[in-house]
Design a binder for this molecule. Structure first.
Ligand SMILES: Cc1cc2nc3c(=O)[nH]c(=O)nc-3n(C[C@H](O)[C@H](O)[C@H](O)COP(=O)(O)OP(=O)(O)OC[C@H]3O[C@@H](n4cnc5c(N)ncnc54)[C@H](O)[C@@H]3O)c2cc1C
Length: 237
């Protein structure tokens, strides 16, 4: 039986699993998605072309997180996103000191690095939880069952609430957490005029646009022959 079962392979789940593994606990991560990283996932399209699906870049603020990212830069997991970043949003003040860190091969590089020595299972959705005799009985999709001494759920708040409301003090789930929905549109175009790496707009619908090619230190010709890759992210509130 596992000491710890971690639900979610995003940055939270992989950080916790990495910590527990270092403490010599037996730990396994389960995620319902096809790949690692959760909201920092990287979507491949026709082999070599890829997009950061959610998280665009990291800008560490706390001392601890800065130290962690320094280690990842040293290990060539993260690098600075160079290029021309334009900020044309007049409603928010730009912090020019923000560094923009990105994964060498997609932003899920962080989860991949943290889970390097840890067992994980993808396409495993946790559907139901029962607790009997101090043991967590976890029921996954396709009638798969796992038992564990401890359970850690890192799913976003609404999903965690659904799974855990029987087990967690009611007060916690009374808190109002506002989740804004976001739509990410991935666009491939053969237009190569745009030299910007990203721009942050003033528009309520189209929040952010980034040129994924600018993350690779490659030009579009080297990637696919003629495609230029753009990611357009629209935030709906
Ligand atoms: C469009 C978008 C853009 C963003 N841009 C940025 C940015 O530029 N910079 C930044 O710092 N942050 C950004 N963020 C926020 C950042 O992505 C998240 O804060 C961070 O990735 C959350 O990590 P997490 O591990 O807590 O959760 P998640 O990454 O959501 O991980 C939770 C995991 O749990 C899994 N899961 C859920 N339910 C189940 C279940 N029942 N069974 C099994 N698995 C389950 C999910 O598949 C997921 O992989 C952005 C988010 C979005 C959506």
């Amino acid at each position: 039986m596992l000491d710890y079962c971690v639900i979610g392979s995003g940055i939270s789940g992989s950080t916790i699993a990495n910590y527990l593994n270092k403490k010599k606990y037996s730990v396994k991560v389960f995620d319902k998605a096809n790949g690692l990283g959760g909201r920092s996932s990287y979507k491949r399209f026709k082999g070599k072309i890829g997009f950061d699906h959610g998280l665009q870049y990291i800008s560490p603020k706390t001392k601890e997180f800065k130290n962690f990212t320094k280690l990842l830069i040293k290990k060539r997991i993260l690098k600075q996103w160079k290029g021309k970043h334009s900020f044309i949003n007049t409603k928010v003040k730009e912090n020019k000191k923000h560094v923009k860190l990105i994964g060498y091969s997609g932003n899920n590089s962080i989860s991949k690095f943290l889970l390097k020595n840890i067992k994980y299972q993808l396409k495993y959705e946790l559907l139901n939880i029962k607790r009997e005799k101090n043991i967590w009985n976890l029921y996954f999709i396709n009638n798969k069952k796992i038992t564990a001494k401890n359970l850690i759920v890192t799913a976003p708040f609404p999903q965690s609430k659904k799974l855990l409301s029987k087990f967690v003090k009611k007060n916690l789930f009374k808190s109002k957490v506002k989740i804004n929905s976001a739509i990410t549109v991935l666009v491939i175009t053969n237009k190569t005029k745009n030299k910007l790496s990203s721009f942050f707009t003033n528009d309520n619908t189209l929040g952010w646009v980034s040129n994924e090619n600018s993350k690779k230190d490659l030009n579009s010709k080297k990637i696919s022959g003629f495609y230029k890759v753009h990611l357009i992210m629209a935030n709906y509130i």
